[in-house]
Design a protein around this ligand. Structure first.
Ligand code: C5P
Length: 232
């Protein structure tokens, strides 16, 4: 998918545990949010069916399943995600898994490589057995994404500039307007900073989902994206 308008570039994380909440958010933000993200938590509570319904209704869906498995399974899951009609599917940025997803992706499905989870620091990657720090690991994951033919990279705003140099689309979570609380996100950037450092689109959850008026909150994010696009 090409990100054209400011609305296209706002991906709302439907981090809910039931479809009534998801329906409420989608209805409230209709026409303001370009893409809806369904992640693991909602997937376990009917989110996959909901994702298919949204896609059939013509909405763009970002299926955040962070796949990592043997190539045959990743390829099969990519095909079934494609049959749901979703537009984006995330895969951990391991060359073998990415190649499997890329080879199986149907027309219209973008394979999005997840670099290194933003919850991981140098000690965590050492504990997980990697002989390098986070920065080096992120660089190798960006290179893997580009070499495997993935369409996009999801990474923190701080990594957006490096990801951008790969030539792939860049999508960043960890985004907050200065007026919104950061919550558990440790390294946050404003929408303007994210776009100016190379993000094509941003993922936002709680600041919109938990707002008294989600439509108004979403519109503030879109306005910030538009402002940054104007400064590019
Ligand atoms: O509520 P908040 O805006 O922090 O939500 C961000 C969304 O982006 C969540 O769905 C979270 O799982 C996701 N995400 C993230 N950091 C990553 C990858 C995904 O926060 N590195």
């Amino acid at each position: 998918m090409k990100f054209n308008t400011a609305e296209d570039r706002l991906i709302l994380a439907l981090d809910v545990t039931n479809r009534a909440d998801a329906e409420r958010l989608v209805e409230a933000t209709d026409g303001i949010v370009g893409v809806y993200k369904v992640g693991l938590e909602f997937a376990m509570a009917g989110g996959l069916d909901f994702a298919g319904e949204l896609a059939r209704a013509g909405r763009k869906v970002f299926l955040d399943m962070k796949l990592l498995d043997i190539p045959n399974t990743v390829a099969g899951a990519t095909r079934t995600a494609g049959a749901l009609g979703v537009t984006f599917l995330t895969v951990h940025s391991y060359p073998q898994a990415l190649r499997a997803a890329v080879s199986a992706r149907p027309e219209g499905l973008s394979v999005v490589a997840v670099t290194v989870l933003t919850s991981l620091g140098d000690t965590d990657v050492a504990e997980a057995g990697y002989g390098m720090g986070v920065t080096e690991l992120v660089e190798s994951r960006i290179a893997a994404a580009a070499a495997s033919g993935a369409d996009a990279i999801v990474c923190s705003p701080g990594e957006a500039a490096a990801a951008r140099r790969s030539g792939l689309q860049v999508i960043t979570p960890g985004v907050r307007l200065a007026s919104d609380p950061a919550g558990d996100q440790k390294r946050v950037a404003t929408p303007q900073q994210a776009i100016l450092s190379g993000a094509d689109a941003i993922v936002v959850g709680r600041p919109i989902n938990a707002a008294p008026d989600p439509a108004e909150a979403a519109a503030r994010y879109v306005a910030a994206i538009r402002e940054a696009l104007g400064a590019l």
